[in-house]
Structures are given as C-alpha cells and as structure tokens.
Design a protein around this ligand. Structure first.
Ligand code: IPM
Ligand code: MG
Length: 357
C-alpha cells in the first residue's frame, strides 16, 4: 500500500536540503518500487508568516495521519523577537510532543573519506561510530511550571522545571539497550546525578532496566565529563543515552567529530516506530538560498526513514552507499571541503547522490 510522507521544509536552508532528499526519494519511487506519496506543508517561521502560528492545527492533523515526516529545519533571525510561544521552534516541539516522538536517535558516524574534515586529529576520530539516544518529549524542555515572573522586589525571575518520571526514563532506556544489543553492546548513560535529583532517579531506573539486558555493559557518566570524553577519546562510546537537554548539547558536539554537523541525520520515533526524520543541524539562515548547504544529513535522514518506519532497509543501505560513493568521487559542499576535493553546491550534491543510486 502506498505510504504517505509529509514533507515539512521549514525555514532557512530547510527548503533547499529537503528538495534534494525528495529528489532521492523520487528516484527510488521510479526505479526501486518505493511506493510513497509525498505532500508538502509549512512549519516554523514559514508557517508563522502564513498563519500566525509555527504549526497550524491542520498541519498537525496531517502529520498525525502521515506514515512518516521528513523535516528540514526551523528558525531564523526574522522570527527571533517573536513571543516565545509562537517562535518557529515551538512548531517543531509541538510535533515531537503531540506525536509522542520520545526516542531521538542521532548517529554520529564518520565516513572514512571525511577523517580530514574533522577539527580533531584523524587518529582520534577514524572509525568513529556513536549512537546518541536522546529523550525528546520530556525533561526541562517540557517541564511545568515554566516562565518569567516578577518577584516581590520587582525583579524578574526566569524558571524552568527539570522533571522525569520513572516511566519516561524506563521507555527511553529500553530503546537505548535494544540499540546497544544490535551494536557493540556498550551503553553510557549520561546524567548529573551528583547534583540533580531528577538524574539520580534517571541513574537508578537505567540500572533497573539494565537487569533485563545482562549482555550490555553499562557505564554512568556525568555530563561534564561526557562532554570532555567525547573530545578526548570519542571511540570509547558505542551507544549514549541521556535526557532532552544534555542530548541536544552532546549531539551537536558529537557531530563535529564527524567533520560537520551537515552530515548528522536523526530519527524521532514513537512507541510504534512511527517517526519524524530531520537533520540534526539548524536552519543556517546565513547561507540560506545560496545553494551552499550540505543536503547529506537530510538525505541520510530519509534513509533512516526507510529503515525505521517504512521497512525498506535495503533502500536505506542503497542511499547510504550512494552517499559514500559521492564522497569517494571527491565531491564536497563547503562545510566538508578540504584541499584537492571538488567543491559543489547543494543541488549538485543531491544530483550526484541520485546519479550514484
Ligand atoms: C535540535 C534543535 C532543537 C532542539 C531546537 C530547534 C528546538 O536544536 O533538534 O537539536 O533544541 O531540540
Ligand atoms: Mg540542537
């Protein structure tokens, strides 16, 4: 049966990079019996400009009805001074929250061809293959109460609440342990249990879940140390599991080990592997519309969509091999460029991936 995919290009470089991923998916529709129908809609600043909201109820309903969603990026200078309740990012957060996409998988995989593109020494990053499992619908991003209040002395005070319930920790821990079982069976859970009670509970619950996965070697690490270890010796990590905010920060850091955040794909899954797929990077308004963006993270996110939601592992591998082939050919967008390579724009990179399929 034809599967429905909702494309939400968003803002900044979003439309350019999703267009290249759509090209790749169309090519697979034509030649490999990928049976998907794609429709496009607005999210983020683009939706705000059209409807006064970063995600309309109609778009939300379409997202709920779709089999999978491919999203570009949201946000930009133009919308930064809006009230926080209608900022572009709220559109993305509403999608994650209402669709219950609690499991965010962010693989930081170094293509051997890009070992030189990282700011770290090639021997530190060569062979790097980390999976960050980030809890995506809880923690300080969504905790109540939150806001900015005026104190008795007239001073304003900002506040957010960092909360995790046992069930939220348990379900993300299971996702991480299952992922570890399919990989090198090593799991590092990242917390700040020396200071924050919420992560003391996190640590306890992860240890309880660990009993069900005796083959997986579990380590706990404080987030500050984890940030340091990622730079010092990143290859010690296989799967990392952590809460929403720590995962946001550590996944940006990990992306740089792979040469560029322009290479990092992600999947956000619900209990039934229905998912939204997006590059881990932002909307890069400074280079938007200039054909300079790297579309590979979005194309690799489309591959994850075929793997996790659409059940077409062989086509996911086909896309990943095509990406590897264009890197072999020496094609590089600006963010991963190094001397002796051929610099290409966003469109040319997408075309090259389609040709390599
Ligand atoms: C990400 C982004 C988002 C986040 C923003 C755009 C809300 O940084 O997906 O990592 O903080 O989760
Ligand atoms: Mg982020």
């Amino acid at each position: 049966m034809t599967k429905q995919v909702l494309i939400l290009p968003g803002d900044g470089i979003g439309p350019e990079i999703t267009a290249e991923a759509v090209k790749v998916l169309n090519a697979l529709n034509a030649s490999d019996g990928l049976d998907i129908e794609m429709t496009e809609d607005l999210v983020g600043g683009a939706a705000y400009d059209a409807h006064g909201l970063p995600l309309s109820d109609e778009t939300m309903a379409k997202a709920q009805a779709a089999d999978a969603i491919l999203l570009g990026a949201v946000g930009g200078y133009k919308w930064e001074s809006l009230d926080i309740s209608v900022r572009p990012e709220k559109g993305l957060l509403r999608l994650r929250s209402e669709m219950k996409l609690f499991a965010n998988l962010r693989p930081a995989f170094l293509y051997p061809q890009l070992a030189d593109a990282s700011t770290l020494k090639p021997e530190v990053v060569a062979g790097l293959d980390i999976l960050i499992v980030r809890e995506l619908t809880g923690g300080i991003y969504f905790g109540q109460p939150r806001g900015i209040r005026v104190l008795d002395n007239g001073e304003r005070q900002g506040f957010n609440t960092y909360v995790y319930s046992e069930s939220e920790i348990r379900r993300i821990a299971h996702v991480a342990f299952k992922a570890a079982m399919k990989r090198d069976k090593k799991l590092t859970s990242v917390d700040k249990a020396n200071v924050l009670e919420v992560t003391e509970l996190w640590r306890e619950v992860v240890d309880l879940v660990a009993v069900e996965y005796p083959e997986v070697e579990v380590k706990h690490m404080y987030v500050d140390n984890a940030a340091m270890q990622l730079i010092l010796n990143p290859k010690q990590f296989d799967v990392m599991v952590t809460g929403n905010m720590f995962g946001d920060i550590l996944s940006d850091e990990a992306s740089m080990l792979t040469g560029s955040i322009g290479m990092l794909a992600s999947a956000s899954l619900d209990e039934n592997n229905k998912g939204m797929y997006e590059p881990s990077h932002g909307s890069a308004p400074d280079i938007a519309g200039k054909d300079l963006a790297n579309p590979l993270a979005t194309i690799l996110s489309a591959a994850m969509m075929l793997r996790y939601t659409l059940g077409r592992e062989e086509l996911a591998v086909k896309i990943e091999n095509a990406v590897s082939k264009v890197l072999d050919q020496g094609l590089r967008t600006g963010d991963i460029y190094s001397e002796g390579m051929t610099k290409v724009g966003c469109r040319e990179m997408g075309d090259a991936v389609v040709a390599a399929l």
